[in-house]
Design a binder for this molecule. Structure first.
Ligand SMILES: Cc1cc2nc3c(=O)[nH]c(=O)nc-3n(C[C@H](O)[C@H](O)[C@H](O)COP(=O)(O)OP(=O)(O)OC[C@H]3O[C@@H](n4cnc5c(N)ncnc54)[C@H](O)[C@@H]3O)c2cc1C
Length: 316
């Protein structure tokens, strides 16, 4: 019995989430006394997974599998699952992984649990803790069956180096055809994405208008952060919808979330709750966001942000 990690890549390079899932997979395989097998598709730096303890690395090379579809990837993974006698599959919390988890569970007749936040509380029975209700609660869930599929909530498990000597293998597999084909993917920008970011700099209506966002972008650049915004900001077209975070936008689970000129409405907080450290900058000391903050600065963003950028630049 082995543990399988689906290691996601983008433009042929492993994503940060692949190191999180491999670290989790290694710890779990050690608890189970089993091997860790990492599988990726058309990936050029797959050997990096050795640093996180992979015992075997499978690189699936095919021009037909260049772009993700849940059906084609699931069918290949199901063949590796059968060949390697896999008992647990570990996925990230990306949008692709969510589709994949459901599809894979369907074709392998197994259970799929998302948003897992820690190693299992018990292995037999297999019990995991997962976040639910937009991270306001945790549920303890038992998974039965010979094959379990779990996805790990972003930034919930630390990346740990763990020397492995995984042999890289190419495998024989049967491809299935998909009912649709991705012809082209155009990314909106080459910046750090909200899902991958360690730090997210987010701003709201307090910024008064799109012409002031250069401060937010500059602060994000100095910190190597992704930029985000509240819903009204994207609704008014000040920022692209891809930056809208919250209950109806993207979820954020960064290590540091900096909220500037955002009041802290419940729908905003619902999406950013699982960020580890929250810093709030707001001119109104009564702004509700301060109640959810780890650190708060009461003051005018137009004074504080340029000062902060200067201080950070001086430190570099
Ligand atoms: C069904 C539903 C779903 C929703 N989903 C979302 C969602 O996913 N995400 C989301 O964000 N919202 C969502 N909302 C909207 C949400 O209720 C709030 O209206 C919204 O979050 C407020 O955005 P804001 O904080 O940018 O603006 P405001 O509430 O107007 O707050 C602006 C803040 O900026 C501060 N400020 C003003 N000037 C300055 C200055 N110079 N320096 C520093 N601070 C300053 C003010 O004190 C204030 O706190 C949803 C609402 C509904 C009904």
């Amino acid at each position: 019995m082995s543990v399988l990690v689906y290691s996601e890549s983008e433009n042929g390079k492993l994503k940060k989430s692949s190191f999180e899932t491999a670290s989790y997979g290694k710890a779990l395989s050690q608890e189970l006394g089993s091997k860790l097998i990492c599988v990726s598709f058309n990936c050029s730096d797959i050997e990096l997974l050795n640093k996180y303890g992979a015992d075997k690395i499978v690189n699936v090379e095919s021009s037909n599998l260049k772009d993700f579809t849940a059906k084609t990837y699931s069918h290949v993974l199901s063949q590796v699952i059968e060949k390697e006698n896999i008992s647990v599959v570990i996925l990230s919390s990306s949008a692709d992984a969510k589709y994949l988890g459901a599809y894979l569970a369907g074709i392998t007749d197994s259970s799929y649990i998302s948003n897992v936040v820690a190693l299992p509380e018990s292995l037999n029975p297999f019990i995991v803790r997962r976040s639910c209700f937009t991270n306001k609660a945790f549920s303890t869930t038992e998974i039965n069956g010979n094959l379990k599929i779990i996805s790990i909530s972003s930034n919930s498990y630390e990346i740990n180096e763990n020397n492995g000597d995984g042999v890289i293998e190419n495998i024989d597999y049967n491809e299935v055809s998909s009912t649709f084909k991705v012809s082209n993917v155009e990314k909106q920008s080459a910046k750090v994405t909200i899902a991958d970011a360690d730090i997210v700099v987010s701003a709201g209506r307090g910024l008064k208008g799109p012409e002031h966002w250069h401060m937010i972008e500059e602060l994000a650049e100095v910190l190597g952060a992704a930029t985000a915004c509240s819903k009204p900001v994207s609704d008014m077209g000040w920022r692209p919808h891809s930056e809208h975070v919250g209950q109806t936008g993207k979820p954020v689970a960064s290590n540091l979330y900096i909220a500037i000129g955002i009041s802290g409405a419940i729908q905003h907080l619902a999406g950013i709750n699982s960020s580890k450290v929250k810093v709030v900058i707001n001119s109104d000391p009564e702004a509700p966001f301060f109640k959810a903050a780890d650190y708060g600065v009461v003051g005018d963003a137009f004074d504080i942000i340029p000062e902060l950028i200067n201080k950070l630049k001086a430190r570099k």
